[in-house]
Write a protein that binds this ligand. Sequence first.
Ligand code: MN
Length: 198
Amino acid sequence: MTYELPPLPYAYDALEPYYDEPTVRLHHDKHHAGYVAGLNKAEEQLAAARAAGDYALIKHWERELAFHGSGHILHTLFWENMTPQGGGQPSGELATQIAQDFGSFDAFKAQFTAAANAVEGSGWCLLGWAPAFGKLIILQIEKHQDLSVWGVMPLLIVDVWEHAYYLKYQNRRADWLSNWWNIVNWADVARRFAGARK
Ligand code: MN
């Protein structure tokens, strides 16, 4: 599958004077486009590795997938999160949830602003829904490339920390992994997949 740079949902100068046209144009047409190109390259190289059965560069291409994949997803979200008719405050269920989880809209805004200001280096600040906690949380993203792709819903996981296998397998992680495939609950994975697709 080939990913494409989504067009801006508004004109390049639509966010003036708050967000200037030259920056929006460069940010979207060059920076965001670069992530899309990098994501396609990573997917292409991973497909080639699967076809050849050659995983010598697996760490490199998984990192490229995480960096460009997250960059693509987060920039798409960033553009869609803005509108010329923006500002003000949320209403409805979102407003209620924000008040419940942060005390008030003003308190949420203060925490979000402080967290965004305190991000070290290049990064992001995110408001997200944490299904496991049943609440909204604010997260600083300092390096979006750190081996995750934001917004992905987990379906299947294996623990490869040494504590997960060392007593039985010692340093033989490959043995742990080859045995682990025998105990995967595919019905559970399928149930999660169906839920994620809803
Ligand atoms: Mn950017």
